[in-house]
Design a protein around this ligand. Structure first.
Ligand code: XMP
Length: 512
């Protein structure tokens, strides 16, 4: 395994992800507890992360000496490089100007990290983000690559198996970065690279058992992939100590609520409380048109209902959640300053502030595609695991204006036609999210020999890797024509269909 010592960089989790992709198990330990983690894990190598700190500051974080004394390979990244130099006898100085963003490095010498990848004399793109820089190497090191702002962009001490780089190999903007990291874990540390999601599953099961003991856990299901994967994994670990609560707000897509209930009760035999709260939610939404007011009401009501059910179940000490890594970073402001709220996101993640329970979050270090892989590993059906993301407030934020049962039903029908056509065309998996919205505008049409005066349905489809930015999916005109025709013919209440051509930014993915 690999121990990743976290000095507080925003992208430390990406190092873990790259190491997992190279087929090697890794754990991240904050520098404050890295010595214990190192002792316990007995890793085959150590990676030191970047940091917002400067090694030149008093009391800045250090690498536990035991790591250097162990004779194991070490890779330093950015701050990790600087702190290595400082502790091993080199010099770090404040740079006159930093390097931020894309940079180019010249390869000056061969190095095991470059195996099969880079050769002397070549220039390669990397991603830098540093103010300080190494100005004098510690004894034993040689430079193997340089950039204009960092003469020691990559350095190596082959006899001690110490390597370090000023740039960030873990981010996608360093196109060969994943392979540099794979070379470190496989060629330098000599790790086999045969670790899989199956082992992640087992490691998490052991961890959950240890954390929970004989305690009771409740898990809120949203109908989405993340909470379902978390629940199935936890059930595998602790069986009947887990109870799932599915607060059905009646704002789900066509057939979705039944699918969740039959999957959990039928397929997995997991204890599930299905609360049908459609009336409560629709009554509360009557007359509400402001998007934020809708979101706030749904979020609050969801928690009220959930809390009430948890009280009825009684005795649960733990709350399970399908929090993913992007949820964790999104909640931390990058600049430390106040950030503007575009939308108040609601999901089962809003619960812990209200409920005094310990959290079980087995997916906290995973990205969406990894959760899907884990879901498949746990035997969740492909159609479920591959589902597009669906927002916590459901159809309410896809019906601008007032939400009524009638409007929800119209939207469900149009959405089902759209998604069916997308699946039939084999496009579902190429799209991050596709959905219909129902506009609060009526337009005039003509059908048969009669005049119609009905609603407009908007169609949206985007590609994205994380939902933070998105591109419009470029359907063929013939595809959109087919969908529009079917919706107008089959969905009573809709007589016009439009396609949303806005990327994010400036649009958001959802309309509210
Ligand atoms: P926006 O509309 O902000 O959406 O571009 C980005 C992604 O987040 C989803 N989304 C939500 N997910 N609770 C959720 O769990 C919410 O309140 C929520 N609002 C938006 C949206 O579907 C897209 O995938």
């Amino acid at each position: 395994s690999i121990l990743i010592v976290d000095f507080g960089s925003q992208v430390t989790q990406l190092i873990a992800r790259r190491v997992r992709e190279a087929g090697v198990y890794s754990e991240i330990a904050p520098f404050t507890t890295a010595a214990e983690a190192f002792e316990r894990m007995k890793p085959g190598g150590v990676i030191l992360s970047g940091s917002p700190a400067s090694v030149l500051d008093d009391g800045s974080p250090r690498v536990p000496q035991a790591i250097f004394d162990s004779g194991l390979p070490v890779l330093g990244i950015c701050y990790g490089q600087q702190v290595m130099m400082q502790q091993l006898g080199g010099t770090v100085q404040l740079g006159d100007s930093g390097e931020f963003g894309r940079a180019f490095i010249d390869i000056a010498d061969s190095c095991v990290l470059f195996d099969g990848l880079w050769s002397e004399g070549e220039t390669h793109q990397v991603w830098m983000s540093h103010g300080d820089k190494v100005t004098e190497l510690a004894p034993g090191f040689r430079p193997v690559a340089a950039s204009s702002g960092a003469p020691f962009a990559v350095i190596a001490d082959d006899s001690r198996r110490y390597y370090a780089m000023q740039f960030h190999p873990e981010v996608v903007h360093t196109p060969d970065g994943a392979r540099l990291l794979a070379n470190f874990v496989r060629h330098v540390c000599g790790l086999k690279g045969d670790w899989t999601m199956a082992e992640f599953r087992q490691a998490k099961i052991d961890e959950i058992r240890k954390q929970v003991g004989s305690g009771k856990v409740i898990c809120g299901l949203s109908g989405g992939v993340d909470s379902a994967v978390a629940a199935v994994l936890i059930h595998e670990a602790i069986g009947e100590q887990l109870t799932c609560v599915f607060v059905d707000h009646g704002l789900m897509r066509s057939g979705e609520a039944d699918q969740v209930v039959s999957l959990f009760r039928g397929h997995y035999n997991i204890p599930l409380v299905h609360v049908n709260a459609e009336t409560l939610f629709l009554n509360g939404l009557a007359g509400v048109t402001d998007p934020e007011a809708k979101r706030k009401f749904i979020g609050k009501t969801f928690i009220d209902v959930f809390e009430e059910e948890a009280r009825k179940i009684g005795g649960a000490e733990f709350l399970a959640q399908g929090t993913l890594y992007p949820d964790v970073i999104e909640s931390v402001s990058f600049t430390g300053g106040p950030s503007v709220t575009i939308k108040s996101h609601h999901n089962v993640g809003g619960l812990p502030e209200r409920m005094n329970m310990k959290l079980v979050e087995p997916l906290r270090e995973l990205f969406k595609d990894e959760v899907r892989a884990l879901g498949r590993e746990l035997g969740l059906p492909d159609v479920f695991v591959g589902r597009h993301p669906f927002p916590g407030p459901g159809l309410a934020i896809r019906i601008p204006g007032e939400v009524t049962k009638e409007r929800c039903d119209i939207l469900r029908k149009a959405d089902a036609v759209y998604l069916e056509e997308i699946r039939n065309a084999g496009l579902y998996d190429a799209i991050w999210q596709a959905f219909a919205v129902l506009l609060p505008v009526k337009t005039v049409g003509v059908m048969g020999d009669g005049r119609t005066y009905d609603c407009v349905c908007g169609l949206r489809a985007v590609t994205s890797t994380d939902g933070m930015t998105a591109d419009v999916y470029p359907f063929d005109a013939s595809f959109l024509t087919r969908v529009a025709t079917r919706i107008v013919n089959e969905v009573k209440g809709v007589n016009r269909v439009v396609y949303d051509y806005t990327s994010k930014p400036p649009g958001t993915i959802e309309w509210e």
